[in-house]
Design a protein around this ligand. Structure first.
Ligand code: IMP
Length: 492
């Protein structure tokens, strides 16, 4: 069967790739180094990466997030208790593991501290959390600019999470960013904020005038969302240099015990033969370079970016596990060839509780898209696939899987088109497969799955050319089925 015969399917952590020299931990120990494993979203996000990370974290020593910010939302259900994370790596529920926020992440310190406090209140030990001193900070003006940018685009807006992600990464590229380490030096912090703030105040002032005018035209009672209020009623106290500096110095005091050289931490772990799990946020089709630009996020959620965002080399990565839902969802605007606007779409939305963890927005739902998934498999060079939420498909008959697109001109497209106009107008064409009626939430073994569910999984694995190793059959961490051999515990 295609899904369990991948060349590197086997024990956990997997052996280093054949043909590659085994890395050694130095002359003294001469230990074979355990692999680095990347987890990536294979669709448009919200595939259940948190649950997969949480499960694999059992078999791992270090979990590091390598990109994105609190635009992400990971939900983990443990013993009936629900945990939602935006910034902290999903592995935090394992007190014996080191969890790191890598240099590639952009973080809002206020949100991070709220998350730390929330976990502490629930009795979760966050002593093993490490934050890269080089990670960039989402500042209050980034959040306001994100909202302002979306308002300016109006009907053409991207549907961002309005968490300041894009403006923060833009400042990073402009060399105007504030980094975590800057929190520890008030003088540097103040000077950097001053430099970064000035051009933004101007942009926000212009928008405030424009917005006020629009509101007047629309009538004073017009509703305003989120950050819009702040933009209109400038000067906003959050944009005051003194207030912002003081506030961030105090964040620095609280975060200081966690600030570290997280790249070094990863090297030390790898060199000591430990396993490092690189946790991606968002997903392949939201990748800034390879996704459905401009309807993408502002970072690179694909596996290759784990090296940059965590500070390791490409040869430190041995395995790439992609996570895909048994159907497809997308939040925000942008092309989605298999979107369903009728009954089945509604059914998926409600049964799958497809509402954003971060924004609460309804997710757009559709059939699984194997053209897009095969593209994600190749871009990430996945070694294994995890299919989540298979249980949500119960009772839907027939099941449809997109196997090609048809262009406006009638041409058949059997690979993901690079041209945005072609993708925007592409119509998905499907293969129909029989559905299943049985409740699969209690299944724990492959043989317990109904034959139709197994045939569905086989079809996916054969089409995209990568073995499926794990299937999610319900929200709880126990509700999974390993296909083939279950990874053995090899954490140090
Ligand atoms: P941003 O990352 O907030 O700038 O949003 C850009 C696009 O990425 C929007 O379409 C968002 O809905 C989408 N997006 C960002 N983070 C996530 C996520 O964690 N899951 C799903 N979509 C996301």
């Amino acid at each position: 069967m295609a899904r369990i015969t991948g060349s590197r399917a086997g024990s956990w952590p997997p052996a280093a790739s054949p043909g590659r020299a085994t890395r050694v931990a130095g002359d003294r120990h001469n230990l074979p180094v355990m692999p680095g494993v990347v987890i990536v979203g294979a669709q448009w996000g919200d595939e259940g990466k948190g649950k997969v990370t949480d499960l694999l974290a059992d078999r791992t020593d270090v979990i590091v997030r390598f990109q994105g910010g609190n635009n992400a939302g990971h939900t983990i259900v443990r013993d009936g208790e629900t945990f939602k994370f935006h910034l902290i790596p999903s592995g935090i529920l394992h007190s014996d593991k080191t969890c790191a926020i890598g240099n590639g992440v952009v973080l809002d310190p206020r949100i991070l501290l709220e998350e730390i406090d929330g976990l502490r209140r629930r009795g979760v030990d966050v002593g093993n959390l490490r934050i890269s001193a080089n990670a960039h900070l989402i500042m209050p003006y980034h959040v306001l600019l994100d909202t302002a940018g979306e308002m300016k685009l109006g009907k053409l807006s991207l549907g961002t999470t309005r968490r300041g992600i894009g403006p923060c990464y833009a400042d990073k590229a402009l060399r105007l960013g504030i980094r975590v380490q800057d929190l520890l030096d008030e003088k540097i912090l103040r000077a950097k904020i001053r430099t970064a703030l000035e051009p933004k105040q101007q942009a926000l002032r212009e928008l405030s005038v424009r917005r006020r005018k629009l509101r007047k035209e629309a009538g004073e009672g017009a509703d305003r969302e989120g950050g819009e209020q702040a933009i209109e009623d400038a000067p906003d106290p959050r944009l005051d240099l003194h207030t912002m500096t003081e506030e961030h110095v105090s964040y620095g005091h609280r975060l200081e015990p966690h600030i570290a050289d997280t790249a070094r931490l990863c090297w030390d772990a790898l060199d000591a033969g430990k396993t490092v799990l690189f946790e991606g946020a968002q997903a392949t089709l939201l990748d800034l370079d390879h996704g459905t630009y401009p309807f993408v996020t502002s970072s690179n959620p694909i596996a290759g970016a784990a090296t940059v965002g965590a500070g390791v080399g490409p040869t430190d990565i041995d395995e790439v596990w992609g996570v895909a839902k048994a159907y497809a969802t997308r939040v925000g605007a942008g092309p989605f060839p298999t979107e369903l606007n009728e009954d089945v779409g509604r059914q998926l939305l409600e049964r799958g509780h497809e509402y954003g963890t971060t924004t609460g927005r309804e997710r757009r739902c559709g059939w699984i898209d194997l053209i897009a998934l095969r593209y994600a498999v190749r871009l990430n060079r996945m070694t294994a696939l995890t299919i989540t939420k298979l249980d949500v498909l119960r009772g839907i008959d027939p099941l449809r899987v997109a196997v090609r697109y048809r262009s406006k001109e009638g041409a058949i497209l059997d690979s993901f088109p690079y041209h945005q106009s072609i993708l925007h107008s592409a119509v998905a064409e499907y293969e129909e497969l029989p559905g299943f009626d049985a409740d699969i939430e209690g299944c724990r073994k492959e043989a317990e799955l109904p034959p139709q569910a197994r045939a569905y999984l086989d079809f996916i694995a054969d089409f995209v050319g990568v073995p499926i190793r794990l299937v999610g059959v319900g929200p709880d961490r126990e509700q999974i089925v390993w296909l083939g051999e279950e990874p053995t515990l090899r954490a140090a």
